[in-house]
Write a protein that binds this ligand. Structure first.
Ligand SMILES: [Zn+2]
Length: 410
């Protein structure tokens, strides 16, 4: 077993190619690697032997034979160390500890408030990570990658938040320095929360094997992660997919970004709550009024969903209206980007079929027939796990590197 490893682990181009194949496929035979790379069996075996000797990959048994010798199956060596995925939401933190193949060992979730300083929220994350590593019988020094998703615009190359409306104290905060102090062997990669959800969906959800899709998160905010040609599309500065601030109604309410009538200000969780409070107070929904009074004057988006499930018409209209607005914006994105699939995730996505139907109808009404003839719009297949799985996937993408490709880790 290699000792004193520090990530990113520098490998040569051939080794990086094999490690990349293993990262994507999980388990795979030598023969399949040889087919994908186009290398001879001899060269493939030679490169694999080098990686096995270095301890980066292991043979985990034999696959099914199609005549002749049974193929030996390879996998990334989870005994090397750990990866950590952190999904920071506006009101919660979700963490997972995984092997370098992405297999999750431990999982933690709890409420949090990103309006607090980064040292408070991330300090708690570090406590939870240490707890998970201990529970697994490991050491913090064995953590080789930390992937982090945050609910704000991220300059991906620098790994910092830029003018985050929800969390102003976090502007330019160096996640890398903060985590490297505690986990000195780790690379630290930061991205916005929707991009990591899209990566998670591609790794383990309904997006497996799909090259062109949009992941839309509807929660406290609204954003989109774009998978184009199988890869995440971040744009030139990292803010591609920030659809929450597309204008839906110039005369609409003011948004936390300072503009009026943004999609987020009109259709996300806080807007849903605001409309529900109005319905409770103006007499159009006695049920919402009752919930409001029982909860000491507090309504949560979930309460609107509960009322809707109870058949409350006002609640149903509020949810439908949010779905329509998201769908109207999505229709333009579908015309512009022509994805084959759209996946909806985030806290509000638990709102079930009324939301989904409203989104689908708006898209079908407004998009070009050619763009929608094969389009599928559905909920995320992995729901609340999309973020942490994606954060781990992100860290794993940078664990091994060919020297020239060092980015956030430099
Ligand atoms: Zn805005």
């Amino acid at each position: 077993m290699p000792v004193e490893i520090k990530a990113p682990i520098v490998v040569n181009t051939a080794e990086a190619e094999i490690l990349g194949i293993l990262r994507k496929s999980g388990e795979i035979s030598r023969l399949e690697i040889s087919h994908i790379t186009g290398w001879s069996k001899a060269k493939t075996s030679q490169e694999i032997r080098k990686l096995v000797n270095k301890g980066f990959i292991i043979e985990i048994g034999e696959g099914n034979s199609h005549g002749g010798r049974k193929p030996r199956i390879l996998q990334l060596n989870n005994n090397i160390g750990y990866l950590v995925g952190i999904d920071i939401g506006a009101t919660s933190i979700d963490l997972a500890l995984a092997g370098i193949s992405g297999q999750i060992y431990q999982r933690r979730s709890e409420p949090a408030d990103v309006h607090q300083k980064p040292s408070i929220v991330l300090g708690r994350c570090i406590e939870l990570i240490q707890e998970m590593v201990r529970a697994q019988g490991g050491q913090p020094v064995q953590i080789f990658g930390v992937g982090i998703g945050v609910p704000g615009p991220v300059d991906f190359n620098r790994g910092v938040l830029v003018a985050p409306p929800l969390m102003p104290d976090w502007e330019n905060f160096s996640f890398r320095d903060y985590f490297k102090n505690i986990f000195p062997s780790a690379i630290v990669i930061v991205d916005n929360d929707v991009n990591i959800m899209a990566l998670g969906e591609q790794k383990a959800g309904k997006g497996v094997g799909i090259d062109h899709f949009i992941f839309i998160k509807i929660g406290t905010g609204i954003g989109a992660g774009i998978i184009s040609n199988g890869k995440i599309h971040r744009g030139s500065d990292g803010c591609a997919g920030d659809i929450g601030h597309i204008c839906v109604d110039k005369k609409g309410p003011i948004c936390r970004c300072g503009n009026f009538g943004c999609l987020e200000a009109m259709a996300a969780g806080p807007a849903i709550v605001e409309k529900a409070i109005l319905a409770a107070n103006n007499g159009s929904s006695p049920l919402l009024r009752q919930i409001l009074e029982t909860n000491d004057g507090i309504l949560r988006p979930e309460d609107v969903n509960i009322a809707c499930r109870d058949g409350n018409q006002a609640a149903l209209e509020i949810i439908r209206s949010s779905g329509q607005m998201v769908g109207d914006v999505l229709a333009s994105l579908v015309n512009f980007f022509n994805p084959s699939h759209v996946f909806i995730g985030g806290g509000i996505s638990n709102f079930g079929n009324h939301l989904l139907v409203a989104i689908r109808q708006a898209v079908l009404r407004r998009s070009l027939p050619l763009a929608t003839q094969h389009l599928s719009i559905d909920f995320s297949g992995i729901g609340a796990d999309a973020g942490v799985i994606g954060a781990i996937t992100l860290a794993s993408q940078y664990l091994f590197t060919v020297k020239d490709e060092l980015q956030q880790t430099a």
